[in-house]
Structure formats: C-alpha cells, structure tokens
Ligand binder design. Sequence first.
Ligand SMILES: O=P(O)(O)OC[C@@]1(O)O[C@H](CO)[C@@H](O)[C@@H]1O
Ligand SMILES: [Mg+2]
Ligand SMILES: [Mn+2]
Length: 460
Amino acid sequence: MTIPGRFMTDDKGTFGEHTAHVRWPVIVQNAIDDMKTAIKEVETQDGKTQGESIKKGLVSLRQEILDDAVLRPFSEQEVLVGRVPLSFNEYLSQRKDAHWFNSEWLFSEVYLYRRINVLFRFQRLWADFDIFDRLKQSTFESSLYGVTELALRYRSLKSQLEKRSADDDETLKLLFKEFVDISLWGNATDLSLLTDATIEDIKSIQGAKVRQESESKILVNDTLKAWEHLKAETTTTAGGEVRVDFILDNSGFELYADLMLAAFLLQSKMVTKCIFHAKDIPYMVSDVMLKDFDILLKDLKDRQFFPVKDELSQGALDLFADDISDHVKNGRIEFRENSFWTTELDYWNLDKTETKYNGCEIFQDLLNSNLVIFKGDLNYRKLTGDRKWPRTTKFCEAIGPLATNGISLLSLRTCKADVQVDLPHGVDEELTKLWEKDHPGQGSWWCSSGKWAVICFSAK
Ligand SMILES: O=P(O)(O)OC[C@@]1(O)O[C@H](CO)[C@@H](O)[C@@H]1O
Ligand SMILES: [Mg+2]
Ligand SMILES: [Mn+2]
C-alpha cells in the first residue's frame, strides 16, 4: 500500500485544523498571561526588561499564527543561542510554502513550541524558565484525590505483591493489567485539552470507578500480549537485567501514574531497571522535563501542596515517594533527556538510518530494552507518522520500520488527534455516528476527545 500523506492544518473539518486555528492562539495567549504574572514576581529591572521582550515575542508569535504567516526558518543566531536542531530548517527549505494554516500538523505543532522556547533562550535570566510550570503545578495540585487514591491502592497492592507466592502468575497478570490501565488513563488529565477543567472534572477522570467503566473505552487492547512478552523476556534473561523504557508524555498525574507502573514492575521482580525518557525543552504544554520529576517527588512529600488529613493517606504518599527515591538511589530507575524527542522527526526515524539528530543513537540504546512503552497521543502520532491511514490499517503497518527493526513496543494512548489505526471493521463508523449526535458535523472527532483509548503492542 502507498504511504498516505500526513494530516494537514488545512484538512477541512479535522481536529488538527481546529487545533491550529483555535487552540494554538489560546495556548500562546495563556503563555502571555502567565508571563505577565511571572514578570511581576522578578525583582531586578534586568529580569523585567528581558521578560517584557519575551512577552512581546509571544504576542507577535500569536499574531503570526492568526495572520496565517509563512513558517519562517530559524535565523543563524536562533539556531546558535536557541540550540535549535537543524532538522527544522532542513524541513522548511523543502517546504517554502508552508503556512500555519497550510502545513503538516505534526511539524507546525512541534515548530510552535520550538519558536516559544527560542524566545526564552535568548534572554539569559529566563533561558531555563518553563512558561508552562504554573499550569503543570496547579493541575497536579488539583489531582489530590487521584494521587491519594492511587497511593492507597499502591500500598495495598504492594503488600499483596509481597505476600503472593512466587509462582502466582494470575495475581501478577491482574496487577499488571491494573497498573497498565492506571498509566494509560493517567494521560487523560491532559492540560492542553483540559483548558478550564474543574476539580470535579479532574477527580472524575482519575477515580478508580471511572477506570472500571473505561475498560469498554479501550478499543484495541494488547495488554495480555505485552504481559506474555514480558514474562517470556523475564524467563529468557533468567537472573539477568530486564529493562523497560518509558517514552514519557505529561508531567504531574500522568508521570505519577507511570512511576506507579514502574514501581509495580520493579516490586514484582519481573523487571530490574526502568529508564524514563523526558523532553529537553518545555513542550506540548504538559510534557515531562527532568526537573518535573524532582518537583513531583518534592510535591508528594509536601503537606502544603498535598494537604492530606488522615495518617493513612499521608503514610501512603510518603511510602510511594520513598520507594521511588530508593529505586533512583539504587539505579533501578533512571531519567534521561534527549533533543530527538522535541524535534519534528516521527518515530520511523528510531532506526539505524537516522544518523543526524540522535534517532540512530536512541534506537541502538532501545535495542537493549525488553519493552519500550510509548505514552500518550503525540507519541502515537509520531509512531504512525501522523498519517491519514484508513482507521482499520494494521498497527504494525502504520509504525513502519519499528515493526521489524528489533524493538518491542507498547503504545498506551488516549485518543486525542485525527490519526487512528488498528480498529476492527465498523468501530469507526459506529463511534462517528455516536459522537455526531452531540457534536453535529464533528462525528470523527470522537477520536480526538480523549474519551477512548488504544493499547497497541508490537513484538520485535
Ligand atoms: O501527547 P499527549 O499529551 O497525550 O497529547 C498531545 C496532543 O494530543 O495534544 C493536542 C491535543 O489535540 C495534540 O495536538 C497533541 O497530539
Ligand atoms: Mg498526554
Ligand atoms: Mn503530552
């Protein structure tokens, strides 16, 4: 089959078109508003002056989008001072006609966050400032209910784990499923979608009861295939290292849920090492940077940040935070960052052929992993190239070289964009009809609502 083109920001009636026209100006406006607050908090005149020029840059960037300007290349100075990978200018040299509202969605969205980052990197006092930090922190703070509920669940499941007999695979399999579900739906608290979420919204997405009914919302579920694979890997490497990698998505509750899955895998002794791959710049509003991991551990222990009243909840939060810190101290959990993850390159570039922007380097390293877990929607878009595949296309076809180049992967994705593959025949039509009822003219946006999910496995 020929490889279809990628979703464009001028594909009529798509969520990508809506994202470009409506959501990007909102995201930049939120950054401008947060910049106003941040500037007030800095003391020095220098800080204020530099902050003002960033704010002006954001205002003109927002206007550029609204004016549907050409996607301009980065200047030499921006590449140097902003440390912008040359992949962006290489791409733009081939597409001089790319505009905000007439370009490949994947490129222009990643380009947007790079343009924002360059504004900060140009100002010495703001070079490492994360303009999304306030939003990341306030959303995590309002996740108190889900965080506490999970910590209590971890505490009780951990003792079940310790009590179970070594050959009690059934319990282990059920727990694996539970923790994969927790990590999957941890993605649902996505800041870029929950632009005005109430605590109730956040609570409902995260509660255990929601997870029960959410089983029906998982349209493709390869959890047991991943379980069988991991068990086989554990047996073949008997006594050796069993490594699971997490290509991370959002900070806050989703990272907390991912760490929960890692803690279970390590506690079960099935896995000996978990490596977490974070972003090197503020990206997609909520994505995890190295500093967000340290902040999360601090928040879990901070009774002002998480004012849990009862001893039990306090003990459960401390237990989890201490277990994670212990895994880090003993090298069982490792955090890395790499600029590849914030380039526009899709994951067909996780291959020995991509030798310019770390694709090959990361690929070679991931060959040592027994399972690579890709979290969230953007990672799914990059796995499938954000292409206009028929929605029944097989996952192993849509991920190109990754299906055969030696990496075993598991994609845990809540559906928040137009691309979708691997659906059984008839499901897309049925959900489009269902969604159309309450969203006339936007039936296919069921796939961008975050209400459904897929768990897709591909063996090496
Ligand atoms: O990777 P995540 O955090 O799950 O979601 C990121 C993302 O879904 O946010 C926007 C929502 O449509 C998309 O542009 C982008 O793919
Ligand atoms: Mg997400
Ligand atoms: Mn994200």
